[in-house]
Write a protein that binds this ligand. Structure first.
Ligand SMILES: [Zn+2]
Length: 354
């Protein structure tokens, strides 16, 4: 991944975008992709859809969700401390001691999630995981009146940590879930921008995946694709405590992960592997015997059915303030998916058994 693309990914992860408040990240995506697409539109739901016209009639939709998990202000008490509720799947046990960013009418307010110090916890309190109602955010305000000058009920909150390099291209940041997917669909559009391909390509940065696959659903209805590929993250199993017998063997830096199972069209699965081989990138396979918890699920059951696929980036510590991924896996996913887009046309048969 070159410097320009690393900068684009850094801007994506650092732009705040809790579900329902995605537009700062969408703005980064719009700006980047405008020069590579024939058209860029934002729909009423907030999805950003970049389009490249093809020679043929097939419509291929590739989608990464732009939203990240976060918190929201629910109550400000008389002493100016802020109480909050999660947006998406937040692990409450990881919150105490975190720094957070609150966004109030476009202004950034820094805060700290407070908890009683360990010295002061009663023995039984030490044993229990912290509960949402025992935590608060401290913005340094003297009382409610002072706090309300800077923040308000409903303000979105993100974790604070931005992108840092651990070793080589292994990075840590908040929100790699799923700016990784947004990065890949943008990189595919860039890679194909000077080529004449058969399929019509729609690269979508979708909203509200973390709260129920909602943006992929509305954007897929509008685009009405024949083939739809979701880009997301999946759990790496290469760190202590992960059970490969049940979770499989998924490693950072060993390439993007192609899912197989009922949520995935068999021809899409076959062609994604072929595309990976042609593009000479490493890839891994993940068993997905149920409907996945990703946008691939919304894609597959759109209208009368879509030939769906899922490519995932291996991710350590998903939904924490400091997720870890390998940037090379992103670059490989983009190469593989660009090759897939070159391969397919209206003549490709995606109907199973026929
Ligand atoms: Zn997620």
């Amino acid at each position: 991944m070159d410097k320009v693309m690393k900068k684009f990914f850094t801007e994506l992860v650092e732009a705040p975008s809790p579900s329902g408040f995605e537009q700062p990240a969408q703005e980064v995506y719009r700006k980047f992709i405008a020069r590579y697409a024939d058209e860029v539109n934002t729909d009423v739901h907030g999805n950003v859809i970049a389009y490249k016209k093809g020679k043929g009639d097939l419509r291929l939709m590739i989608v990464g969700h732009a939203d990240e998990i976060g918190l929201m202000i629910s109550y400000i008490d008389d002493n100016g401390f802020i109480h909050f509720t999660p947006i998406g799947g937040v692990d409450i046990a990881l919150l105490p001691g975190s720094r957070v960013n609150i966004y109030h009418e476009g202004e950034l307010v820094r805060g700290v999630i407070g908890r009683k110090a360990i010295h002061l916890l009663k023995p039984e309190e030490r044993k229990d995981a912290p509960k949402l109602e025992s935590l608060w955010i401290d913005i340094g305000a003297a009382d409610r009146k002072e706090a309300e000058k800077r923040v308000g009920i409903g303000d979105p909150i993100t974790f604070s940590p931005g992108l840092e390099y651990l070793q080589g291209d292994i990075i840590t940041s908040k929100a790699t879930d799923n700016k990784a997917g947004v990065y890949v669909v943008a990189a595919v559009m860039k890679e194909l921008s000077k080529e004449n391909i058969d399929c019509n390509l729609y690269s979508v940065a979708a909203v509200q995946e973390e709260v129920g696959l909602r943006g992929a659903r509305t954007s897929a209805f509008g685009i009405d694709p024949h083939v739809g590929i979701a880009l997301d993250v999946t759990h790496a199993t290469d760190f202590p405590g992960m059970d490969k017998n049940t979770l499989g063997d998924i490693r950072l830096g060993k390439g993007p992960v192609i899912s197989v199972g009922c949520n995935i069209n068999p021809m899409v699965f076959k062609l994604l592997k072929k595309a990976g081989d042609t593009a000479k990138v490493k890839y891994q396979i993940e068993a997905a015997p149920r409907a996945t918890g990703t946008d691939a699920n919304a894609l597959q059951v759109n209208r009368a059915g879509v030939a769906a696929g899922l490519i995932s980036i291996p991710n350590r510590y998903m939904h924490t303030q400091n997720e870890v991924i390998h940037l090379e896996d992103l670059a490989s996913a983009a190469k593989m998916l660009a090759e897939f887009a070159r391969m397919i046309s209206v003549d490709t048969n995606f109907i199973p058994g026929v």
